[in-house]
Design a protein. Structure first.
Length: 538
């Protein structure tokens, strides 16, 4: 066997004083062979991205390697200066970042950003850069690349922005591609397309790929070999088939078991009670006036949507980005007002409520947002953030703060968390805070909008279990919005599938998941990472 393209030996990376542990990465050793896809797997904080950042010279301030070596093509990358790292980045090692919207410049057109990669390394003249940028957009499957090259990042979908990031990473034909969680929080169909694209490009270009992920479903789709990390150390290393079919370490087994399975919970028996929520003929159209450089647009986000939700029931709303599922959720909590149709909660028509009357009724429907860090004020202690709702509805500060501590206990964080700030918590813990805040007004209905989509699979499983537990304890009704049918099937009594603003299929979780009637529903199921491997194993 030839020498590996990347060899990491005894790498140790120290964290600043006051961190939750001494080392981000401790005595880590593994290779990336030429022409293979090596998956580095672990939860947030496992150190899986730190080794990649070290070899790219992108470690955060105050974080530094203290031991080991990272050999790429015979050169120890830890000894390079910043100038040498800049020359290496893009030319020999390309990187796809997790969130393209933050990695791309919002004020530059897509073509200019790709051309900038060539310019930074003194490659080609202006016209050639544009021609090559267009060819890259075609290669990564961007629709209408001649238009996309002139677009700004915000004018593209999430999947298209990720394809632009891949084009930039591949621009100078690097020998090694680092993909750092490139599919996290994408729709399952878009995720499947990105995974297929990376596999195809890897084969066509003969490059090596270090693929960083928390999801063993993704591992089953792309990996040749797997490195599992926990708390900065490697706990398991082997071929994909060895690790998936016969995991040796309990942590590896826990990550695999945390992936939502094809086993669907038993359906609830008995007749359905009278509906708590009735949605009839809901329509919502978004219009933009257009301007000098863009035409007016009209998007039908909701098209004659009708369904019911019974007390104590969980209904899943499933679909890709642009399907209308989040708009539906925002209409239910009245963050958006539908253009027509009715939305009744226990006999009260929420579509007609306005002003003070709407404010008095808002406690009845609360929302858990996808990103609790963005929805929490970073300068407000979490106890007060939870207490604000009750205080606005006439509860005394003392009583509201006491209740906030009780709710933090209920969601598993403990009352001591009331005096801490959001940044002091992990992503999963922040989502628990979001759940506690949603419960603070004792609502009749909770809308969970992609509440677990960006979480590690093990944390995702914990949040789903918590929601189910709270549902039973508090007799909650839940509208659960997600892009993943398999996640919906684990917690929902019924599932509604949406496409282009319309309901295309609905039924019990068992029927929709195991016997889908519509081609679109089958596409969503087939796109779930690792599903083929799971069915083969079963």
């Amino acid at each position: 066997m030839s020498e590996p393209i990347l060899s990491i030996r005894g790498l140790t990376i120290a964290l600043p004083k006051g961190a939750d542990r001494a080392y981000a990465v401790e005595e880590v050793s593994y290779d990336v062979e030429r022409g293979e896809i090596m998956c580095v797997v672990g939860e947030s904080g496992s150190g899986k991205s730190m080794a990649a950042n070290a070899l790219m010279g992108l470690l955060p301030k105050g974080v530094r390697p203290t031991a080991g070596e990272v050999i790429f093509d015979g050169q120890d990358l830890l000894t390079l200066t910043e100038k040498q790292h800049r020359k290496l980045r893009g030319l020999h090692i390309g990187m796809i970042f997790q969130e393209p919207m933050t990695a791309l410049n919002p004020l530059m057109r897509v073509g200019a950003q790709i051309a900038e990669v060539f310019e930074a390394h003194g490659k080609y003249n202006g016209k050639e850069r544009e021609v090559r940028a267009l060819a890259l957009l075609e290669e990564v499957g961007i629709p209408q690349p001649d238009k996309a090259i002139r677009a700004y990042p915000f004018q593209l979908s999430g999947g298209q922005r990720q394809r632009v990031m891949i084009a930039m990473a591949l621009a100078l034909e690097p020998k090694l591609l680092i993909a750092d969680e490139p599919t996290t929080a994408l729709d399952v169909t878009t995720q499947a397309q990105i995974l297929e694209l990376i596999r195809d490009l890897q084969k066509r270009r003969g490059m090596s790929v270090m693929f960083i992920t928390h999801d063993f479903g993704v591992v089953a789709e792309v990996a040749n070999r797997v490195c599992v990390m926990r708390y900065g150390q490697i706990v398991e290393l082997g071929t994909a088939s060895e690790v998936l079919e016969n995991p040796q370490h309990e942590y590896t087994r826990a990550l695999i078991e945390a992936i939502p399975s094809n086993i669907i919970p038993e359906a609830r028996g008995g007749e359905r009670p009278a509906p708590l929520l009735e949605v009839n003929g809901l329509n919502k159209v978004f219009r933009s006036k257009g301007g000098l450089f863009k035409a007016a647009r009209e998007v039908r986000a909701l098209d004659d949507v009708s369904f019911t939700l019974a007390p104590g029931e969980t209904v899943g709303i499933v679909g890709e980005s642009g399907s209308g599922k989040s708009t539906l959720g925002r209409c239910v909590v009245r963050l958006e007002r539908p253009d027509s149709g009715t939305l009744s909660l226990a006999g009260t028509d929420f579509t007609t409520l306005t002003g003070e009357e709407l404010r008095r009724q808002r406690w009845r429907v609360q929302m858990i947002f996808q990103d609790p860090y963005a929805s929490l004020n970073p300068r407000t202690r979490v106890g007060y953030a939870i207490a604000q709702g009750p205080m606005a509805n006439g509860v005394s500060r003392e009583q509201a703060m006491k209740q906030a501590g009780e709710l933090l206990d209920l969601v598993g964080l403990g009352a001591v968390a009331v005096d801490r700030f959001p940044h002091e918590f992990s992503g999963g813990q922040r989502q628990r805070i979001g759940i506690a805040r949603a419960l603070a007004l004792n609502p009749e209905l909770i809308v969970a909008d992609e509440a677990v989509s960006a979480l590690d699979v093990s944390i995702q499983a914990q949040i789903l279990e918590l929601l189910e537990d709270l549902k039973q304890k508090l007799s909650l009704s839940l509208l659960f919005i997600t892009h993943d049918l398999r996640v919906a099937a684990q917690i929902c009594d019924r599932i509604i599938v949406m496409q282009h603003g319309r309901i295309v299929e609905q039924g019990t979780a068992q029927n929709v998941f195991l016997s889908p009637k519509e081609a679109y529903t089958r596409e969503l199921l087939e796109a779930i990472p690792g599903r083929a491997h799971e069915l083969e194993s079963a």
